[in-house]
Design a binder for this molecule. Structure first.
Ligand code: B4P
Length: 196
């Protein structure tokens, strides 16, 4: 299996993180989740973590400069199986930065996959995740509630959805039905990757 660099695109709660973890397990790819990196920074109490905490809790996007810096650092570590960009890029400047970072390493994107899920299903998933975490005595993400979720969705449509047209125009956008069960979504993603 050759190394592949792919982006998982889609609204918050579409299942990007869920599917990225599966790809790590099944294909030896490395998940680069800017959400996970930022949450780790938040809990570490670093200056950057403190700066991003309020932004994330309000459902807004962290600055391009911060997330591009996080990704650049990880890309330098390399991955034999390729990278899964999960939740990155989320803005057009981030997309341009990713293209430049990969090009500097003589690499490119092999696939951009949009997980398509309707808004009502998204909010249902987020509420369920919060309820399950609380029931298990685990920390509940502060942005996993219907009020903040509405703002996350708005940020998505305003700043991230334009990336769909950007990648479509480059001829590299594949759509997968993210409403299906997790195994079915994984099978569809595998088909896209195997076709590349
Ligand atoms: P993320 O961590 O990326 O959060 P997300 O959008 O909620 O995640 P995802 O789509 O991966 O959903 P998941 O698989 O978990 O971002 C959080 C915040 O970080 C952002 O709001 C922003 O502030 C900041 N941030 C991150 N990246 C940034 C960037 N590049 N630029 C600026 N700011 C950035 O799935 C959700 C739930 O659905 C789970 O409970 C899962 O079990 C369930 N689920 C998944 N697939 C399912 C299926 N097929 N059927 C039923 N349920 C399913």
């Amino acid at each position: 299996m050759t190394a592949k660099n792919i982006i998982l695109l889609g609204p918050p709660g579409a299942g990007k993180g869920t599917q990225a973890k599966r790809l790590e397990d099944t294909r030896g790819m490395v998940q680069l989740s800017t959400g996970d990196m930022l949450r780790a920074a938040k809990t570490s109490g670093t200056e950057m973590g403190n700066k991003v905490a309020a932004i994330m809790d309000a459902g807004q996007l962290v600055t391009d400069e911060i997330v591009i810096g996080l990704i650049a650092e990880k890309l330098d570590q390399g991955s034999e199986g390729g990278f899964i960009f999960d939740g990155f890029p989320r803005t057009l400047p981030q997309a341009d930065a990713l293209a430049a970072l990969l090009a500097a390493k003589g690499q490119a994107l092999d696939a951009v996959i949009e997980l398509v899920v309707d808004d009502a299903a998204l909010v249902g998933r987020i509420v369920r995740r919060a309820e399950e975490a609380a029931a298990a005595g685990q920390p509940v993400r502060r942005d996993d509630n219907p009020t903040v979720f509405a703002d996350r969705l708005q940020e998505y449509y305003k700043k991230t959805a334009p990336l769909l047209g950007y990648y479509y125009a480059k001829g590299g956008l594949s759509q997968v039905d993210g409403m299906a069960a997790m195994d079915a979504v994984a099978a569809e993603i595998a088909k896209v990757l195997d076709s590349k």
